[in-house]
Design a protein around this ligand. Structure first.
Ligand code: NAD
Length: 421
């Protein structure tokens, strides 16, 4: 693809997009503070950066902070269904940020947009699902020498990158933003928990209360989702493959069973595992007429849509974002958002207050990579503890919440082993 300044749906949507960006900024005090500091200190001066993130109003605020810090950015979508076209237009027309993202773009366009972002010749990559890293390693290896490092936003990307590092094929350092406590404990748990329910309600308008709500996976996202579904009055059922997580779900008060059993009972199914074919042919065979199936894990691989398509005698769209699969015995199964991240496909992704912390980590990690250019190894790094602590400190400050500090006596006590009873 020829490098063009941008590829967005309609540049005339810019004013609407700017309103959305300003609205999100009100809930992003930590990122705003970082943006102010970056504007003065310019820690990213001259850095070319390619970002592959959900193109939302919160991401726009991250882009503005990075730009204030001096970065020269190209942005593409990390999911074909998550782009806000108005925000993309504002980024291009109001802020002159090269943006390649159109909501609903097909697979070819999606990858052309990734190529366009990489044509920018970045020294830094910012991924949500490791697509930039993956394309660079597969087909643009000659560019890798130009790259000082990258960041990764989500669990699934970190898993892929760790696998690359373990096999010795990762060719530049990555900071796993997802691993920051101020990211996964808040974004995955509270952000995805709330926005997944929001996506299901917006797509279907079903009442959650009284429904049997089956959640596959009791990790950070599953825990957040389970507690919110319970808060809505659902009867929550968890399926897991990890015995410790399954036990935790039991002790948190949820029913835990195998998917083969849950499939017969559930009214709503949500997969949040990062795994493949978690809802599969035998499960579809057992589900009740009218069951709703959604995914909030990173890829649209968790519901085996190919198998469901094979089983179906007909498929039709019954509401925006709701596909009805009619089976030979007359049962109808409803798949939301084509099995893609439902919180982005049918709602607006995470609330800005949560993305504030995730993106504060992203901005500070970009600064960290710029400062440590050439000094890091080709592996996946955790976010430095001082960045994590700084993000939490700034967030508390923005909420006007003060916490105690250790006294000298307490520090001594906690670091000694001699003190006994
Ligand atoms: N929708 C969003 O906006 C959003 C936000 C954050 C993370 N994510 C994605 O959500 C997924 C989960 O993230 P997380 O942080 O909770 O990860 P996690 O690793 O904390 O949890 C995943 C859980 O799924 C379980 N699991 C794996 N295979 C399973 C199977 N076949 N059946 C049942 N359970 C299974 C694992 O044992 C684990 O407990 C990832 O793909 C992540 O990228 C999405």
């Amino acid at each position: 693809m020829k490098l063009q300044a941008a590829d967005v749906k309609d540049i005339k949507l810019a004013a609407e997009g700017q309103n959305l960006i300003d609205w999100a900024a009100r809930e992003m005090p930590v990122l705003n503070l970082i943006r102010e500091r970056f504007a003065k200190e310019k820690p990213l001066a001259g850095q070319k950066l390619a970002a592959c993130l959900h193109v939302t109003s919160e991401t726009a605020n991250l882009m503005l902070a990075l730009k204030a810090g001096g970065a020269d950015i190209a942005l593409c979508a990390s999911n074909p269904l998550s782009t806000n076209d108005a925000v993309a237009a504002a980024l291009v027309s109001t802020h002159a940020i090269k943006t390649y993202a159109i909501r609903g773009e097909d697979n070819d366009t999606y990858y052309q947009h990734i190529e366009a972002a990489l044509d920018h010749r970045p020294a830094m990559t910012m991924d949500d699902g490791a697509d930039l890293v993956s394309v660079l390693h597969k087909s643009r290896q000659e560019q890798i020498a130009e790259i000082v490092g990258g960041t990764e936003e989500t669990t699934t990307g970190v898993v892929r990158l760790r696998a690359m590092a373990d096999r010795g094929v990762l060719r530049y350092p990555i900071v796993a933003v997802n691993e920051a406590d101020t990211k996964h404990m808040f974004d995955n748990r509270y952000g995805t928990g709330q926005s997944t329910i929001d996506g299901i309600i917006r797509a279907t308008n079903v009442l959650i209360a009284g429904k049997k709500f089956v959640i596959a996976g009791y990790g950070w996202v599953g825990r957040g989702l389970a507690s919110r579904a319970k808060g809505h009055g659902a009867d929550v059922i968890i399926t897991e493959v990890d015995s410790v997580k399954a036990l935790e779900a039991v002790m948190d008060g949820f029913r835990v069973m195998q998917m083969a059993d849950a499939a017969k009972q559930g009214d709503i199914f949500v997969t949040v595992t990062g795994d493949v074919n978690v809802l599969d042919r035998p499960h579809f065979g057992a589900m009740k007429d009218g069951a709703i199936l959604a995914n909030s894990g990173h890829f649209n691989s968790e519901i085996n849509l190919k198998a469901l398509d094979d089983l179906a005698t007909g498929v039709r769209q019954v509401r925006p974002g709701v596909q009805e699969y009619k089976l030979a015995d007359g049962r109808r199964l409803h798949v939301l958002g084509e099995g893609r991240l439902i919180n982005l496909a049918a709602a607006e992704g995470h609330p800005a207050a949560v993305m504030d912390m995730s993106f504060a980590n992203q901005a500070l990690c970009a600064e960290y990579l710029a400062k440590n250019a050439g000094k890091l190894e080709r592996r996946v790094y955790d976010v430095p503890d001082d960045i994590d602590a700084e993000v939490a400190r700034l967030k508390l400050r923005s909420m006007s919440i003060a916490i105690d500090t250790l006294t000298e006596e307490q520090k001594k006590y906690l670091s000694s082993w001699e003190e006994g009873t």
